[in-house]
Design a binder for this molecule. Structure first.
Ligand code: ATP
Length: 361
């Protein structure tokens, strides 16, 4: 990356003696939408708090535009944070909330007024200047929190699960708005969520985290199509994951047969896990399929059927198909060789880390 805006170099964090971040290395490119995605406790918020300056690393360096910032206090960093609960001041109205930080910066009254109006326009709430905070809906509060943050013209905006308090429909609407706003403003967004669908929909780049480590970073398509290990494949989207063994570069053995696949750079006889997404599978008659399963359930979802079944080894399979079947039926499964994704099997933490390091070199 030519000129990263933020760099984490070998960052570790311990609380007492418990490691919560382990050897975190990444670069953030200016003007893009980044998402830290992972289950609860994986370390997402700790990374965000370090970027903001609310938390110090135990070891390692944080750079901002090429210079160390881990010793710069939070209020001196060109970074703003939007918290889950918005942290709006309830006793101030909308424009006073937005003006608060600008007054601290000693901006003139006319400049503040113009900035408040511009920020409200950005979040499509022009005319709400004198509204009390209590008289706003959840989605409007969310937008005011964003307006307050962008009024400060930060270079980076940190968003810690900002949509989690909203109902499903509003959450979807705000996702579209956030993405559009980020593109309009061109500010770097770093967004924290444990919702994989949200991460796929919003991001230019996703960092998938578990247990204090970044397991994989990439575009939503990279991560969905080429998950690096079982955890990522399982966490992102729905997957069928079954054990297999490589027979040759282009052949993988599972369900007691060899299947053609793309070369994943594995050695012959190497134990692997294969991933096939439900939408890449279809059902056909038992004699025509590449493999056979017995149907355990079928759910009509409007656009398709979600079918589950099991093979002779009792591995479960999920298939999204426009074709209908019946519970208890034997059906064949069809799929393309390029839709079989192959992952290394049973790597311990150390081997996995060594592999990650080798990609970075
Ligand atoms: N101040 C603290 N003192 C001790 N342990 C902490 C502290 N803050 C966080 N932790 C621990 O660090 C780990 C990572 O926490 P963090 O909040 O970064 O995770 P997260 O991925 O953001 O989770 P969530 O989605 O639940 O917010 C957790 O095990 C948490 O209990």
């Amino acid at each position: 990356m030519a000129n990263p805006i933020i760099e984490f170099k070998n960052i570790s964090k311990k609380y007492d003696d418990t490691p919560v971040l382990k050897k975190i290395d990444f670069e953030i490119e200016s003007g893009k939408f980044y998402t830290l995605l992972g289950p609860s406790g994986s370390g997402k918020t700790t990374i965000l708090r370090m970027i903001a300056g609310f938390e110090d690393p135990t070891s390692g360096e944080i750079l901002f535009e090429g210079k160390r910032i881990d010793l710069t206090p939070a209020n001196k960093r060109p970074i703003n944070t939007i918290f889950q609960d918005y942290a709006l001041f309830p006793h101030l109205n909308v424009s006073q909330n937005i003006a608060f930080g600008l007054e601290l910066k000693k901006m003139s009254k006319t400049d503040i007024q113009a900035k408040v109006a511009e920020s409200l326009r950005m979040v499509q709430l022009s005319g709400y200047e004198n509204r009390e905070i209590d008289a706003l809906s959840g989605g409007q509060k969310q937008r005011i929190a964003i307006a307050r943050a962008i009024a400060n013209e930060p270079k980076v905006l940190l968003l810690d699960e900002p949509l989690s308090a909203l109902d499903h429909k509003l959450r979807k609407e705000m996702q579209v708005e956030l993405r559009a706003l980020q593109q309009r403003l061109g500010i770097t967004f770093i967004f924290v969520t444990h919702d994989q669908e949200e991460a796929l929909a919003l991001s230019d780049q996703i960092f998938v985290m578990n247990d204090g480590r970044i397991l994989q970073s990439g575009t939503p398509v990279d991560i969905y199509d080429e998950p690096i290990n079982h955890f990522v494949a399982d966490f992102i989207g729905e997957s069928n994951i079954v054990p297999g063994t490589m027979t040759a570069d282009y052949l993988v053995h599972f369900d007691h047969k060899d299947f053609e696949c793309v070369d994943a750079g594995m050695r012959p006889n190497e134990p692997v896990e294969i991933v096939i997404r439900p939408e890449d599978l279809d059902i056909t008659s038992a004699d025509k399929g590449k493999m056979q399963v017995t149907v355990d359930s079928q759910l009509f979802r409007g656009v398709d059927y979600q079918i589950t079944g099991h093979d002779a080894d009792d591995h479960e399979w999920t298939i999204n198909s426009i074709h209908q079947t019946t519970v208890g039926a034997q059906v064949g499964l069809v799929f393309d060789p390029e839709d079989i994704h192959i992952m290394r099997f049973g790597e311990d933490e150390e081997t996995f880390d060594a592999r990650l390091d080798s990609y970075e070199e």
